[in-house]
Each structure stands twice: as structure tokens, then as C-alpha cells.
Design a protein around this ligand. Sequence first.
Ligand code: ZN
Length: 399
Amino acid sequence: MERTWTNARLATMAGNGLGVIEDGVVAARDGVITYAGPRAGAPVATGESVDCGGRWITPGLIDCHTHLVHAGDRSGEWAMRLAGASYEEIARAGGGIVSTMRATRATSEADLVAIALPRLDALLAEGVTTIEIKSGYGLTVADELKMLRAARSLDDQRRVRVATTLLGAHALPPEYAGRPDDYVALVTEEMIPAANGLADAVDAFCEGIGFSPEQTGRVLAAARQAGLSVKLHAEQLSALHGASLAASFGALSADHLEYADEADAKAMAAAGTVAVLLPGAFYFMRETKLPPVDLFRAHHVPIAIATDCNPGTSPTTSLPLMLNMACILFRLSPEEALAGVTVHAARALGLTDRGIIATGLRADLVCWKIAEPAELAYRIGGDMNCGVVRGGRVAQWPS
Ligand SMILES: [Zn+2]
């Protein structure tokens, strides 16, 4: 199937910056871009041709850090936090991740899929074409695999690329209370081997209320040994140099990073590890320590942005809203924010076939009714009314 989009302003995100092409044309065959450039050099369209009416086209958006698959509800706990309880206090009171774990364990794979679909659809409606989904609320071998299978099946349900991440080392399940090393052994010796073929990467929560750097190191080492990529929740609540640890394992990304320092930034730069910033969690937790964006810029660490869609600390399904928050809260430029959900987000998932608009890459495109690309980060939510092309297929197109 051949399709051509004409009369468009392209923000290809190729090279440095937006990579703007005025009066641009994108052509695709069998889901792959065969031409992206000015109208002057475009081949003669042979298939279906769509006049974009001068609208902007960007690469499909990539949400590179989510916990989209989960059951339960945490709004009551949120009310507790509003009344003054800390993240740690809620965790120790049996709330937090463990309450989502109980609900997720009690939910079938089919029901997990059904619960996750509306969340996924909300993301897709605003231009997401690739999404990462973590496990981490099962915390047994069987329940982690159930979550990964649910995440993978969303792939077929909506013809969207789902990158799956095993986050067995998300929290210590109650049955392992006081025996964290035994649980880490379960993750390294049973979960990781069992997730082979179901998970693209392995992640862990390196934190005072999660796992120590030493325990995290064992998880990441086992993942690498199994041939899986690694990512890490690091430096969210305290400075443990988890980001440096992740970099030492060649991690695709280190995520959160409010407490990262220059040593972490240097280690990440040397390893090519992407800094994934999560402004939704920062906002929701009323965090005040800003991630060291200037250090990431100075050391040329690519910065990605994601929703961190999760029930405890970032209950959002809007990636454009995260662009706004990244600009307002973290002082990214709109251009940096857009790179953070396209080219750099692809890198955070180790995907080399997307993230920019270029010949030979996947035809994941979004056609926006905006005056300038900055408008994508300018609006505080709201209906973007965009056209979405996933793998060359038109998933939605506004009238
Ligand atoms: Zn997360």
C-alpha cells in the first residue's frame, strides 16, 4: 500500500533541532517512509494522496516510560498524601506500590488488558505511536509474566508498538519482608530467565524504599547476562548514584534523575544513556528538587520525556501535557521537549527505526493543526485533534 502526504510543513527532528521542511511531502510504502523532503524533489505519487492543507507533520510520539498495565485505584491514597502523609509513610503503611500489587495479582490477564485499553487509547488519540510498558505490580514470577503478556497483547489490539520492560525489582512484596536479597535472587534466577521473549528490557527501582545500588547491580547484571537491555528508576528521591550504576551496565536510559549530579551526567554521556525526565511525577509529588537539566545539556546527555503513567505518582495519559510540564517545570525549550518524545525517546527504547521522519524509517506520523511546533508544548492539555499514522496506516484523521 502506497500513500503520500502533501502540502505539509515537516518537523522531521532529523539532525539538530526540528529539521523543518516547508512545503514538504512524505511518501510511504508498506509502512516504511520512501520519501520525506521538499515537494520539488518528491517522486510522482502513485497510491493514495492526502493534502495536509499546510498542517505540521511530526514523527509519531513515543512514550518511553509507563506503567500503563495495572489494576486498582489509588485516589484515596492520594487524598492521604494531600493531608500530609509522605511517599515513605504511605509505603510503610501498606499502601503505595503494594496496594496496586494486590489489585493486579487479583486481576486476570484479560481484565488487565481491558482496564489498560482506555488508557492506551487516550495516549494514542494524542499522537502516541510507540509506548513502553513496564511490569512491576505482580512481584511473583507468574504475575510479572501475566503483566508482560497483557502489555504485549495491547500491541495487537491497537497495532501499536509496545516495548515491554520487566520491572520485577519494583518493590519488595510483603511475603519477602526482611528478606530483600532472597527476593532479588528470585528476580535474577527465575523472573529474568522466564521473561525471555516477553520483555525487551529490565528495569529496577534503585531507591531507599526500593532496592539498594548493590541489589540493583545484581538485577542489571542478570539482565545483561540474559541478553536484555537495561533501564533504571534512579535518583528520584535521593542521590544513590543509580544513574552512574545504570550507565556502567550500558543502560538505554536512567529515569527520574532529580537527584543526579555531574558524575552521573558524565557517566551517562560516556555510556550513551538517555536521561528520561518525568515531569508528571515531579508535579504530582510536589517535588522541589529539579533534575540537573543544565548538566545534561553541558555533557550532551540526550533528554527524553515520558508520562510515567502510573496510579501512585503520575496518573496521566497525556504526553503533550508532559511537554508543557517539561517546559514550565524543568525549563526545557519546546524544541527540546519535542525531541524528548520523538528522537530521544526512540533512543531510550533502543529503537533505531523511528523517532525521526526519514527515508527507510517506520511511517509513524502525526499531522497537527497547530501554528508552530511550540504549540504542542504550549497548551495545558486539551483536544489536539490530530491525524495519526501508525506504520503507514491512517489510524485517525480529523475532518
Ligand atoms: Zn516509573
